[in-house]
Design a protein around this ligand. Structure first.
Ligand code: E4P
Length: 216
């Protein structure tokens, strides 16, 4: 089981990496934009997160044709051994995924919304698929049930589900309960998964007992 930070907020990511709470960092062009970054910043971000100990760093290939996307994807893969190249689950994205897998790159197919796309990604041999729980639910679909079915489809194929669009700790738990192993979420969601008011009260009681003991 692993958590990843789905963000380009370098301060928040630095803290999560330093504290050993996430395995790596996932981005896409909209996440970069939200962090006031662009694809031009990718080499700098890769170097920073590699130095900070991220074990996998995900950047998304872009382009309005398979040729352009493959060229961008190859440049991303060449950044270093910790790169995972994301490609969208589109016609061009699947072509890019197949080319990258053949070249030995580690690949994630993202924005997976259909069982057949999950299956197709596994046939191409990608390492991960990223279905979007929140957005499936937003579209009125049964997100957990659909991702559970994807999990069953790819089980044992060498392709794993790395779930995205997770907005609450309960989203993560619901997917873990059906066997999903990997989760990417905004730093605030990851921090929320660590928190219970009752745990904090218990910790305060422990500290108070220590303090009383030291007064004797
Ligand atoms: C990841 O690649 C997605 O951009 C992200 O998880 C989407 O989350 P949202 O649906 O909450 O915006």
């Amino acid at each position: 089981l692993r958590f990843y930070a789905d963000s380009a907020n370098v301060e928040e990511i630095s803290a999560l990496l330093a504290d050993g709470l996430v395995h790596g960092v996932t981005t896409n062009p909209t996440i970069l934009e939200r962090g006031r970054r662009s694809v031009r910043d990718i080499p700098e971000l890769y170097a920073r997160w590699e130095a900070e100990g991220a074990r996998e760093i995900f950047f998304q290939a872009w382009g309005d044709s398979a040729k352009t996307m493959i060229g961008n994807a190859e440049r991303l893969a060449a950044l270093g051994s910790r790169v995972v190249v994301k490609v969208p689950a589109t016609r061009d994205g699947f072509t890019t995924a197949a080319a990258l897998v053949s070249a030995g790159a580690t690949v994630l197919v993202t924005a997976v919304y259909a069982q057949a796309q999950a299956l197709a990604a596994a046939t191409v041999g990608v390492r991960y698929i990223a279905p979007y729980l929140g957005r499936l639910n937003d579209a009125g679909r049964e997100g957990v049930a659909e991702i559970s079915a994807m999990q069953s489809l790819v089980q044992g194929s060498g392709t794993d589900v790395l779930a995205a669009s997770l907005r609450t700790p309960d989203d993560i738990v619901s997917l873990a309960e059906v066997g999903v192993p990997f989760f990417t979420a905004a730093p605030a969601v990851i921090l929320a998964a660590l928190y219970s008011e009752v745990s904090d009260r218990s910790a305060e009681d422990f500290e108070a007992a220590v303090a009383r003991g030291l007064q004797d």
